[in-house]
Design a protein around this ligand. Structure first.
Ligand code: HDD
Length: 754
């Protein structure tokens, strides 16, 4: 690896020695110098190798990495060996009986290598197969011991290591990132008192109310079993057949069809624990709690046309974004918010807090921010860490407890169980990424791939031969160990509480809380998804469901499908539905974020004859604002500017199309503008930037490209477009300041015509 090493070896000098008689007297193997780790590099540029892509591991940040040190392997300046540590002389040729003969059975080196390769794959996760993860830490803002004795909240400033995996749900491991889907948001806290996994999503509710229906839900959304189509999409018959027969999914569907399901970045999503949990303090007093992760960078999403095109342009869009932000030192951050309420308060709510298809509106119970999570280190190895990490909702620690939410209750079983088949046995907790930092001592023994070497005769309890150890931490109370909150017993029954039957009030709450642009996106998303459904009766059923949510919504979707709104689906309850006022917190636009232009990707379009000063001015200003500028041109190599100077092109338009950038600047220069105006890729670039409502700045002659691409100079009603700047070179400075300001707002939907 490494740029220098690659440059020093333009071809493989020992290749010739593998052939003919020379093969009987092999040359010494090649070695290459270890690349020098560059501390703050991004992987984006060709000239900026990252320590992650070289052999050397970077210096360790905060705590979590510490314990993986013992298992880190690094081959730099080492000789190649078999798995038994035997040095290997020739890694090119199998052992043959004569140069043209068959391969010898005794070639244990070949056989070991191939056998290992044959078994490299493990089963992918049955859901959430596609994901990406990073290390970091959670820092508590305050001492929360009055509410909970959970270790991460024990003191202000206390840091707990975390490993966080983001994922899509339906797609297979190799599917694209920007599909319409719920995103998983799973956090493993390595606390002083064992691992706590908060296995959440970026949407605070779920499709179903009871774990009994989970296999049905997933079977309906996964590729259809007869033909394996479609990949990573809910836009097909079986999904819509199922959910329209399950009216409890109405609320979740509103979120699923909103822009929440096509995030701009993992860094710009909220996360939610979904279920109501309990916090328990050292005295055994308990309150209910909902967990919220709030991105410091604000909540930003893609638009559907863009998301669909990114699937082709960069299927790793979210994975790359997370990786590059961390490599560049722009560490993603989320604040942890809690909604705390008592059992008595919960009893007064117009919904059941055990129902995972309901939120607790923030107007009813405000979110109190209690700490911040920072992701500051990429994994060293995708398989060892991201793939092998095992999250389990059953992993809670003293101070946190479950509630009787029937979806959560089923999950407590599922996650532990699924790891046994996915990771090949009951000892998956010993895989380094899963091992707690807290010590583990019990009498569980043996099993596949056991790593620990347990000492002594005693593997049972009670014992006297081991002095009674490991001893029970104490049944006396809540202070020394995990104890369940006592719950009064009830009769066994298969059924649901009465309030679970209200399927529409909160779906309506979500709808009336959205901005007009967000509402339009929801209508369009229903139109798209149901247009992909082939059975007309399913469309009718969906419309009869939406008729219970809101007439404008139902009418909009019906129009999009060329249908009339049918009579509303019968309700499951006679009880009058609760009334909710709009909740502004439910709109993505309510959380613009505090990072402004930081980490926004901005293309500077240029061709030969460009005005070098305009490029340099914009580049420097964007860098200073923390944005990520890239010189994008019709072809790689160098541009000859109007003043004869030369500029490096960072990526070609073909390889870096418009959907991959948050904004565009078109540089000044008559020849450059003419070159871009004549280039179909360049015209598409700005058309899509325009269509997707992104900030655009054209300097001087650069405006010619906008004209060639047919970009309107004003909005449809004749008013000026607030996200489009067409300026002379002289007016650049003030326009640039406004443009940078607009980067923080991400998009201007006033322009939208979809
Ligand atoms: Fe689940 C994985 C989140 C309901 C069964 N789930 C999984 C992951 C996330 C969630 C984030 C991926 C973890 C990772 O990155 O490795 N799941 C949720 C949320 C749910 C939910 C927020 C509802 C509130 N899940 C749910 C139910 C069941 C499962 C009701 C089963 C009864 N989920 C699983 C699983 C998975 C999983 C089969 C697949 C891979 C894994 O666990 O490790 O156990």
């Amino acid at each position: 690896g490494g740029q220098q090493a690659a440059a020093a070896m333009p071809y493989n000098a020992t290749k010739a020695g593998e052939h003919g008689e020379a093969a009987r007297t092999p040359q010494p193997g090649q070695t290459c110098p270890v690349p020098h780790p560059v501390a703050s590099a991004s992987t984006a540029g060709e000239t900026t190798p990252s320590p992650k892509t070289g052999n050397g591991a970077p210096p360790l940040g905060v705590c979590p990495a510490g314990d993986l040190d013992r298992v880190r392997a690094d081959g730099s300046e080492q000789r190649l060996t078999t798995n038994q540590g035997v040095p290997v002389a020739d890694n090119q040729n199998s052992l043959k009986v004569g140069l043209r003969g068959p391969t010898a059975m005794e070639d244990f080196i070949l056989r070991e290598k191939i056998t290992h390769f044959d078994h490299e794959r493990i089963p992918e996760r049955v859901v959430h197969a596609r994901g990406s993860a990073a290390h970091g830490y959670f820092e508590s803002y305050q001492d929360l011991s009055d509410l909970t004795r959970a270790a991460p909240f024990a003191a202000a400033g206390k840091r707990t290591p975390v490993f966080v995996r983001f994922s899509t749900v339906a797609g297979e491991r190799g599917s694209a990132d920007t599909v319409r889907d719920v995103r998983g948001f799973a956090v493993k806290f390595y606390t002083d008192e064992g691992n706590w996994d908060l296995v959440g999503n970026n949407i605070p509710v779920f499709f179903i109310q009871d774990a009994m229906k989970f296999p049905d839900l997933i079977h309906s959304v996964k590729p259809e079993p007869h033909n394996g189509i479609p990949q990573a999409a809910s836009a097909h018959d079986t999904f819509w057949d199922f959910v329209t027969l399950m009216p409890e999914s109405t609320h979740m569907l509103m979120w699923h069809l909103s822009d929440r399901a096509i995030p701009r970045s993992y860094r710009t999503m909220q996360g939610f624990g979904v279920h109501t949990f309990r916090l328990v303090n050292a005295q055994g007093a308990s309150v209910f709690c909902k967990f919220h992760w709030q991105p410091v960078g604000g909540t930003h999403s893609l638009v559907w046309d863009e998301a669909a095109k990114i699937i082709g342009a960069d299927p790793d869009f979210h994975r790359r974004d997370l990786w590059e932000a961390i490599e560049a030192g722009a560490y993603p951050e989320w604040e942890l918010g809690l909604q705390i309420f008592t059992e008595e308060q919960a009893a007064s709510f117009p919904f059941d807090v055990l129902d995972p298809t309901k939120i607790v509106p923030e107007e009813l119970v405000p979110v109190q921010v209690v700490g911040k999570m920072t992701l500051n280190r990429n994994p060293d190895n995708f398989f060892a860490e991201t793939e092998q990490v095992a999250f389990c909702t059953a992993h809670i620690v003293p101070g946190i407890d479950f509630t009787n939410d029937p979806l959560l209750q089923g999950r407590i079983h599922s996650y532990l169980d699924t790891q046994i088949s996915r990771l090949g046995g009951a000892n998956f907790h010993e895989i380094p990424i899963n091992a707690p930092l807290a010590p583990v001592h019990n009498n569980q023994r043996d099993g596949m791939h056991r790593q620990a070497v347990h000492r002594g005769r005693v593997a049972y309890e009670p014992n006297s031969l081991g002095g009674g150890c490991p001893f029970q931490a104490g049944m006396a109370g809540f202070t020394t160990a995990f104890s369940q909150m006592p719950q009064p017993p009830e009769d066994k029954v298969r059924g649901k509480p009465e309030l679970f039957a209200d399927h529409y009030s909160q779906a309506r709450l979500f709808w009336i809380s959205q901005s007009p642009a967000e509402q339009a996106h929801i209508v369009n998303a229903y139109r798209f998804e149901l247009s992909r459904v082939t059975v007309p009766a399913i469309r009718v059923r969906l419309l009869s469901m939406l008729a219970n949510v809101d007439p404008i919504l139902a009418e909009g979707v019906a129009q999009g499908l060329g249908m009339d709104v049918p009579p509303a689906m019968p309700l499951a309850t006679d009880a009058p539905p609760p009334h909710y006022e709009p909740s502004p917190a439910l709109s993505l636009l309510s959380r613009p974020g505090a990072i402004g232009a930081k980490t926004r990707k901005v293309a500077i379009l240029a061709g030969h004859g460009v005005d070098a000063d305009s490029v340099k001015t914009v580049y420097a200003a964007l860098l200073a604002a923390g944005a990520v500028p890239r010189v994008v041109a019709p072809q790689l190599g160098q541009l000859t500017a109007a003043d004869g100077s030369r500029l490096d092109v960072e990526i070609s338009i073909e390889a870096g199309p418009g959907v991959l950038y948050d904004a565009v600047v078109i540089a000044d220069g008559a020849t450059s503008a003419a070159m871009l105006a004549g280039d179909a890729d360049a015209r598409d670039f700005v058309r899509l930037q325009y269509r997707h409502c992104k900030p655009m700045l054209a300097i001087g002659d650069g405006q010619q490209l906008l004209a060639a691409a047919g970009i309107p100079a004003a909005l449809a009603d004749g008013s000026p477009d607030p996200a489009l700047w067409q300026v002379s070179a002289g007016a650049l400075d003030s326009a640039l300041a406004e443009f940078q300001q607009a980067l923080g707002g991400h998009r201007n939907f006033q322009r939208e015509t979809d």
